[in-house]
Design a protein around this ligand. Structure first.
Ligand code: SF4
Length: 374
């Protein structure tokens, strides 16, 4: 049975683990929340030790053929765009490697002409010797298109459903191939069939009511754990941030609710990775870290070329998908536009120092991969 069928049946039939998860999300008193946090901390320690994997996103391109109401890269936003050449990607990656990163997430908007399977495979191949773990977060592809990317050395696929509510999804995705809800929903399984051995899923909190999203996300995790049993599954819980286009979140999710969600996920799925990005502010990230988070981004830029000012000579502005002159403003506008504003802008070394101060060892390298390497 596909996950689309499971999702559509969810109001009537939930797996026992998802029912348990739903109970853990019920409004909780301070004492109840403290108890959830205690269990979550203990399970995280038991399953992941005192470690925190650190990774950095590397944006390859902000070209996109979709219009997603909440995203700065939407096709109709008149922003500065670029797709980095492979050598420029390598230059960005060298900067990240010099900071200590050995785990990298390649991110791009959805534009098959610029970000093809061949281009991705070339980028991965060029970075493979420097990084122990390469993940991709790009527009969904066919299994056969993922195969060369896996063969080039990518081991993880990240694809967020954004919202599991079909009506909200249709409203938010106004044009482009992303409108196909089921095509995106099935993407993790296609990636698994192509050979990815880490699969990341998530919802973008702020588009629909958070508890319903979380329950659907938990059902997705439960499904993937059974169907993609050789893969490590991880979950991201991004909350909407300001972006070009000025979209405002429709539903709130408080810090306390985010903390409860992390605990509920950890207690229900003890071995699933939980990712926390720089969308959240530094003080909140520091507070959430011991609860169940296992992977954090650090020092992130969300604009292609943002680490070392690569690609500036190829910048162009598009209006409704058509290229027009860049129209630089007082020389201040000469980097590609970012996807959204980050909140925790501390340097990676500073984040590593804070983690050590809380008794956690920052892990820059994916030792699983390193030990398995021939
Ligand atoms: S969310 Fe992804 S697909 Fe949608 S506009 Fe942004 S980059 Fe494009």
């Amino acid at each position: 049975m596909s996950f689309a069928a499971v999702l559509d049946e969810l109001p009537l039939a939930k797996a026992p683990s998802v029912r348990h998860f739903e109970r853990l999300l019920s409004p909780a008193s301070d004492d109840q929340l403290e108890e959830l946090a205690r269990q979550s901390r203990a399970l995280t320690l038991q399953n992941f030790g005192r470690t925190m994997r650190l990774f950095a996103p590397l944006y390859l391109s902000n070209e996109c053929i979709n219009n997603c109401s909440y995203c700065g890269f939407s096709r109709d936003n008149p922003i500065l765009r670029v797709t980095l050449e492979v050598e420029q990607v390598v230059a960005e990656a060298q900067h990240l490697a010099a900071q200590g990163f050995r785990q990298i997430l390649l991110v791009a908007g959805e534009h098959p002409k610029f970000v093809s399977s061949t281009y991705l495979a070339d980028c991965v191949r060029a970075l493979n010797s420097k990084f122990s773990s390469i993940a991709i977060e790009v527009g969904p592809m066919e299994t056969k298109e993922y195969v060369p990317v896996v063969a080039a050395g990518a081991e993880a696929l990240v694809v967020y459903q954004e919202t599991y509510d079909r009506a909200t999804y249709a409203e938010m995705h106004t044009s482009g191939p992303k409108r196909d809800f089921n095509w995106r929903l099935d993407c993790p399984v296609r990636g698994y069939e192509a050979g990815f051995r880490r699969i990341g899923v998530g919802a973008l909190f702020g588009l629909a009511e958070w508890r319903s999203e979380a329950i659907a996300l938990a059902a997705h995790v439960d499904y993937l754990l059974k169907c993609c049993w050789q893969a490590q599954i991880s979950v991201s819980l991004p909350r909407l941030r300001p972006a070009a286009g000025g979209f405002q979140p429709r539903f709130s999710m408080t810090d306390r609710e985010l903390a409860q969600l992390i605990c509920a996920l950890r207690i229900t799925f003890p071995q699933v990775g939980i990712v926390l990005s720089t969308r959240e502010r530094a003080s909140l990230r520091d507070a959430l870290v011991p609860l169940g988070v296992t992977m954090m981004s650090a020092g992130s830029h969300t604009e292609p070329g943002g680490y070392t000012r690569q690609g500036t000579e190829n910048l162009h502005r598009t209006i409704r998908g058509r290229i027009v002159a860049p129209e630089f403003e007082n020389g201040s506008d000469q980097l590609a536009t970012g996807q959204f504003e980050i909140s925790d802008d501390r340097a990676p070394a500073e984040i590593a120092r804070v983690l050590r101060g809380s008794g956690l060892e920052p892990v820059w390298k994916d030792w699983d991969q390193a030990l398995l390497a021939p």
